[in-house]
Design a protein around this ligand. Structure first.
Ligand SMILES: [Ca+2]
Ligand SMILES: [Ca+2]
Length: 108
């Protein structure tokens, strides 16, 4: 009896955990995170940024001024909570291309 070989390849991506909106990975969401997002956008400043996905507060797959505004509205006006993963560490549930390659201290 002849056998046929079948190869199945899957593309598994395991991203690091993060908290959406915790742009500086200090396990708090506050005005400092808004400033990190603004410095990233307008000055290209990456100091303290361990995971780009954390800066994408509105989960739009892009880091834009909307993310800083979203976080400000949440923090000071009690508007919409950032999408998951928030407030606990977690993985991205969508396959966006923003990186989260540097191991953060999320959940440790
Ligand atoms: Ca923070
Ligand atoms: Ca965004």
């Amino acid at each position: 009896m002849a056998t046929t070989g079948i190869t199945v390849t899957t593309d598994i991506v395991i991203a690091n955990e993060f908290v959406r909106g915790d742009a500086n990975s200090d396990e708090n969401s506050n005005i400092a995170d808004v400033l990190v997002i603004l410095r990233f956008l307008f000055q290209g400043h990456r100091s303290g940024v361990h995971c780009d996905k954390a800066l994408d507060v509105d989960d739009s797959a892009r880091i834009e001024i909307n993310d800083a505004i979203y976080l400000l509205n949440f923090l000071f006006l009690g508007q919409r909570t950032p999408p998951s993963p928030y407030p606990a560490c977690g993985h991205e549930t969508t396959r966006y291309k923003l990186s989260c390659e540097v191991e953060s201290e999320c959940g440790e």
